[in-house]
Design a protein around this ligand. Structure first.
Ligand code: N2P
Length: 369
């Protein structure tokens, strides 16, 4: 597959061949490997203008539970655009659709480590900053991040951490670190995220390594640890675990900070902690696929989300931190940008480059094991 992909001329042919080779819709990770065959980044690419009359439609593909209740309807009313809003549970699910042709989506929400991969795969279009007049509201920490310095292709949306969401009434002692998933007394009552970067990343951290490790020995050990704890797990579940934390079927879940916050609003015995060995800090972005049919409406939506009041409402209702600094003061429960203390304990996930293949293989083995 690697050679087959590499031998092809244009990016379009290269991606199409990955799809036609029977590798395509089998697993998103196989597709992803194809996308990561590096081509020189399109450095001279200039954004096409996104000014002018808006299209009538807009198709958004976002993570589940990642927007405020009224964000879409208010945008539709103000801008006269009809929005189709679909959700996904993992980056892989979104990438699979993008690689398969984009499905007509105008906006997607990749996590930071994925942005350079999508840019180099030619799957995103440069943003037209001339129409993103509210851009200055963003916090420099996110705009200047190496994921997409200056926001050429992607707009920082929200940030959060990965940690342990737990029911204090269902555990003998508050969990402090990643070893909780190996605790036999919790067998069948613990879940980990359905996400290879998160599960292997957690196992790496447990042993004192980076969540972005590329050393094959460290990664093999992470796979072994993941297989070691697997019999203890009830399931691999991402945002959908909230219901089971609330019902008490799950006592401890590896979960993202904001989704935990949402669950806490319904069940006050849910607590959240970032494991002592450290964890993940992520920023999710909004980006416009190259194949987007409605690029002017997409930019209008991005600029709308850049309004402090809109960003504040989204952050407040989803429990995440806004990338929008001007939004913080408007939140009933303000979430300040990560401070020095938090940054010492967590790591931004980064693009793994050629090691992506190994990570994908190991995660596939863990899931099958
Ligand atoms: C929203 C989850 C987004 C965080 N439910 C994962 N990057």
């Amino acid at each position: 597959m690697r050679e087959g992909c590499r031998a092809l001329g244009s990016r379009r042919e290269f991606l199409r061949a990955c799809l036609q080779g029977g590798l395509s819709l089998g697993t998103a990770s196989a597709l992803w490997s194809c996308v990561t065959r590096r081509e020189p980044p399109p450095v001279d690419e200039r954004p096409r203008s996104a000014a002018g009359p808006l299209e009538h439609d807009l198709r958004i593909f976002n993570w589940s539970d990642y927007i405020a209740a009224d964000t879409i309807s208010r945008f539709e009313r103000e801008f006269g655009v009809r929005v189709t809003y679909d959700t996904y549970e993992s980056n892989e699910e979104m990438v699979a659709k993008l690689v398969a042709g984009g499905d007509g989506y105008d906006i997607v929400a990749p996590t930071g480590y994925l942005v350079p991969v999508l840019v180099e795969g030619g799957l995103l279009q440069p943003l037209d900053h001339a129409v993103l007049t509210n851009w200055a509201n963003l916090v420099p920490l996110f705009v200047d991040d190496e994921a997409d310095r200056g926001g050429r292709y992607a707009m920082p949306y929200q940030w959060g951490t990965t940690g342990l969401a737990y029911r204090r009434d269902l555990v003998a002692a508050s969990p402090r670190g990643w070893a909780v998933f190996a605790d036999p007394s919790l067998r069948g009552a613990v879940t980990m995220l359905d996400d290879g970067r998160e599960v292997l990343g957690a196992m790496l951290k447990w042993r004192g390594h980076s969540v972005n490790a590329v050393d094959p020995r460290q990664l093999e050990r992470a796979k072994e640890d993941a297989l070691l704890v697997k019999p203890n797990l009830r399931a691999y579940l991402s945002a959908t675990v909230k219901g089971q934390l609330i019902s008490g079927d799950v006592a401890v879940a590896q979960l993202w900070s904001g989704d935990t916050r949402q669950a806490q609003l319904e069940e006050e015995r849910i607590e959240y902690t970032v494991p002592a060995e450290g964890s993940v800090l992520f920023t999710d972005y909004l980006a416009v696929p190259r194949s987007a049919p409605n690029r002017r409406a997409a930019h209008a939506f991005l600029n709308y989300v850049l309004r402090p009041a809109v960003a504040a409402e989204i952050a407040e209702q989803t429990g995440y931190g806004p990338a929008n600094g001007a939004a913080i003061a408007l939140m009933p429960h303000p979430v300040e940008p990560p401070d020095e203390e938090l940054l010492r304990r967590v790591e931004f996930q980064r693009d793994l480059g050629p090691a992506t293949d190994l990570w994908d293989r190991l995660w596939t083995e863990v899931k099958a094991g």
